[in-house]
Design a protein. Structure first.
Length: 335
């Protein structure tokens, strides 16, 4: 009998733990430039892309929580549209639909969507072109990671662009998590946006089976924590690329067995991505919106940057795209 037990001990399969890193940013709102905060200089699209691209090469999965545009304030996207979206091709694995992403109309959103290779998710979102994908299953290190997004219950009031409609987020989440768990047989379920903190907490309680909810929409800086009364973990990176959320999952035998999380500040200690090919990628965006040109001037007396509207132009001109990238790198002004 003892010999049989020893034989079984050596022949039963051993399920090794696998690990995967998840990175997430949200509510960028066209804040391409670094800016001052009480904690020092934060943000900057070039810094963020540099960090995310390096982590991507190391095997991380990268997500955007949505609200990549913001019409009017700041004026960046009025001039450049969604020029930055294709810079994230090959880096971002999926993006949540945010309420500001159709700010410039259905045609502009369709053009921005066509310019990227990563899916824009919304389990309860229907656009003029049809429903968005509810989820995506990503394979990494032998794992199957299910990723989904929902639009918050306030989207019908916030999104004024004709042709967009929104279903109940809780029902959509329940339907999606069931599909991911029972049909796709994923090892972990991740929600990447886009609703307020209180709604995230209610959703986690109402829909079991979500391992991580990345905070969005409320623009809050919140540390890594477990949502009370649930097995779901959450973290929120504030806004405007101030921080990037990082979560490390350990998965054993098809379930999450350990979770660690932290907020990574996007500051001068993150080396920027200085690749010139960003300009070429941006030329592919045929952004159908003509806006007042916005010039960026540095007021050295008052140590600030001034946007001035001067004329009408096409936001996708190649000459201004080079300026976008140089300014976002910090090459055209001093801090």
């Amino acid at each position: 009998m003892r010999r049989l037990l020893l034989l079984l001990a050596f022949t039963l399969p051993v399920h090794a733990a696998a690990r995967v890193t998840l990175l997430h940013f949200s509510d960028y709102h066209s804040h391409a430039l670094p800016f001052y905060t009480e904690e020092g200089t934060r943000g900057g699209i070039a810094r963020a892309i540099g960090y995310l691209a390096r982590a991507k090469k190391d095997g991380a999965l990268v997500f955007s929580g949505g609200d990549m545009l913001n019409k009017g304030a700041p004026a960046w996207s009025d001039k450049y549209g969604c020029a930055e979206w294709p810079w994230l091709n090959g880096i971002v694995d999926a993006m949540a639909f945010g309420n500001h992403d159709p700010d410039y109309g259905a045609d502009a959103f369709a053009a921005c969507r066509a310019a990227v290779r990563y899916p824009i998710l919304g389990a309860n979102v229907t656009t003029p072109a049809g429903p968005l994908r509810p989820y995506v299953v990503l394979k990494k290190s032998g794992l199957r990671i299910g990723v989904f997004a929902v639009a918050g219950s306030d989207f019908p009031q916030l999104v004024k662009t004709p042709g967009f409609s929104f279903g109940d987020p809780v029902e959509a989440a329940r339907r999606t998590v069931t599909a991911l768990r029972e049909k796709e047989h994923v090892d972990a379920v991740i929600m990447i946006g886009h609703e307020h903190l209180e709604a995230d907490n209610r959703l986690a309680a109402a829909v079991p089976g979500i391992d991580v909810i990345f905070g969005t929409h409320s623009h809050l800086k919140r540390p890594f924590t477990q949502i009370p009364g649930t097995s779901t973990w959450s973290i929120s990176p504030s806004q405007y690329l101030t921080y990037i959320s990082r979560i490390d999952l350990t998965i054993t035998d098809h379930r999450v067995t350990a979770v660690r999380g932290e907020l990574v500040p996007v500051d001068e200690y993150l080396p920027a991505d200085i690749s010139d090919d960003k300009w070429g990628r941006s030329q592919a965006v045929n952004f159908p919106y003509t806006a007042p040109a916005v010039d960026l001037d540095y007021d050295r007396t008052n140590n600030k940057y001034i946007y001035t509207t001067t004329r009408t132009t096409n936001p996708t001109r190649v000459d201004v795209l080079q300026s976008v990238w140089r300014v976002s790198l910090g090459l055209q002004y001093d801090f």
